[in-house]
Write a protein of this length. Structure first.
Length: 180
């Protein structure tokens, strides 16, 4: 029983926030601003934009996670158990991150993927916050915090990209029939 409780606590702590948790929202404020001049789903040029500039452009809910490295509560994000067929993009800059066929039900409370769409879709950074050794996952284009990477995912990679829904956007495949 102790092993089970320890494993449960470790799983829940694996995606702890840097500061106070952010409640996820599916309202209009979770969508990128129409005045975001850096947003593009086709441009892969690495961006060098200050946090002050992002603060002017992004809704607070996205800014808090993307730039302040906050997180949303487990099991509250709009994509944690979503099953649509399509592509997940960075809500900050539009960078293509994950395909839905790499998403899996990890039961950790956040959307989880076992591989990125392209090798440079994301970047990695050591994270030693909360006296834990983790790997932070950043958008490869804008450097925004997306979540963390763990070595407890399914084959073929054995990886679990534990992401925050609020910094993701989903575009369904036109032919999938599911356009939630």
């Amino acid at each position: 029983m102790r092993v089970f409780l320890f494993a449960l606590l470790a799983m829940l702590a694996s995606c702890r926030p840097k500061s106070a948790q952010v409640a996820s929202t599916t309202s209009a404020d979770s969508k990128p601003s129409v005045t975001n001049p850096y947003y593009s789903r086709s441009d892969t040029t690495v961006l060098h934009v200050s946090d002050a500039e992002w603060k002017k452009i992004l809704p607070d809910s996205i800014y808090d996670v993307a730039r302040e490295k906050d997180t949303e509560y487990a099991f509250t994000g709009k994509y944690w158990n979503y099953t649509g067929i399509g592509t997940y993009y960075c809500a900050v800059c539009g960078n293509a991150l994950f395909r839905s066929d790499s998403k899996f039900a990890s039961e950790c409370g956040w959307p989880s993927f076992f591989e990125t769409m392209r090798p440079n879709s994301v970047a990695y950074q050591d994270d030693h916050s909360y006296n834990m050794e983790r790997v932070e996952v950043l958008c490869g284009r804008c450097g925004s915090h997306l979540g963390h990477l763990f070595d407890d995912g399914p084959p073929p990679t054995g990886k679990r990209y534990c992401m925050n829904s609020v910094v993701l956007e989903f575009e369904p495949d036109v032919l999938s029939g599911k356009v939630d």
